[in-house]
Design a protein around this ligand. Sequence first.
Ligand code: ATP
Ligand code: MG
Length: 263
Amino acid sequence: MSADTDAVKPSSASAPRAGSPVLKLEDVHKLFGDNHVLKGVDLTVDAHEVVVVIGASGSGKSTLMRTINLIEQVDDGRILLSGDDITEVRVDVDRVRARIGVVFQHFNLFPHMSVIDNVTLAARQVHKVPAAQARARGVELLTRFGLGEKVDTYPDQLSGGQQQRVAIVRAILTDPELLLLDEITSALDPMLVGEVLDLVRSLKDGGSTILMATHEMHFARSVADRVVFMHQGRILEEGPPEQIFGAPREAATQEFLARIMQR
Ligand SMILES: Nc1ncnc2c1ncn2[C@@H]1O[C@H](COP(=O)(O)OP(=O)(O)OP(=O)(O)O)[C@@H](O)[C@H]1O
Ligand SMILES: [Mg+2]
C-alpha cells in the first residue's frame, strides 16, 4: 500500500464494530405497486471488502442501492449498517446517510458552487467540521486525485470524468463506513472511464468498503473481492470474480455474461 492512499482508509471513528459486517441485508423485499423488484435479497459486505453487483438492466441493482441509502423504503426484511438496523421505523435517516458515501451515475454537483464547496458541503453542514479543516482535507484529497488545480473552479469547467472524480472525493471526505457506487462511469465518454476507475481502485487499496453496481465487466473482474449476479430481483449467484466470470454455474449468469462480453 502506498503512503498516497493512507488517508482514505476508514478512520478509527468510522471503523466498523468488531464482529459485525459493515453491511448486512436480510431477506429484503421491495415492491413498486405490483412490480416485485427485490424478492428477498440477502447480502453481506465485510469491512474493506469490494463487492460488485452485476446483472441485466431492470434486475434491481439500483433499487438495491437506493434501499441501503434509505431513498427507498423496504417492504420486508431489514438492513444492518455496522450492526445497526437502519430499516427500523424510528431511525434518523439523515444520521444514517451521513455514514454512507454515495456516488450515482449523474454527478449531481451543485453548479453554482465551486469544486471545494461541493466537496466540503456535507462535512461542514452535516458533520459540523470547521470550514478551514474541511477545506484542508478537501484540497488534500483533490490534489491526491489529480484535481489540485480545480479546487476553486466550477463544475461546468470540468470534464465528465473530472466531475465524477469530484463527486467521489465528496463522498469520501468524511470517511464513510460504506461507499455505494452505482454505475458511476456509465454516463461518461469511454475515454474518461479509466481515470474514474483508477480512483476506485486506489480507494480499494486504501481499505475502503465498497458496494458497486457496474456494467464494466473488466473492471469488476479486476477489482472485486466478490461479484454478485442479480437476476429478476434475486441474487442468483455470487462468488469470487474468477468463479463468476470463469465458471458461472447458473444458466442465466452464463447468458448474461455471453451477451455483455460480445458488446
Ligand atoms: N421509483 C420507481 N418507481 C417505480 N418502479 C421503479 C422505480 N425504480 C425502479 N423501478 C423498477 O424497478 C425495476 C428495477 O429497476 P432498477 O433501476 O433497480 O434496475 P437496474 O438493475 O439498476 O437496471 P440498470 O442496469 O438499467 O441500471 C425496474 O422494473 C424499474 O422499472
Ligand atoms: Mg441501475
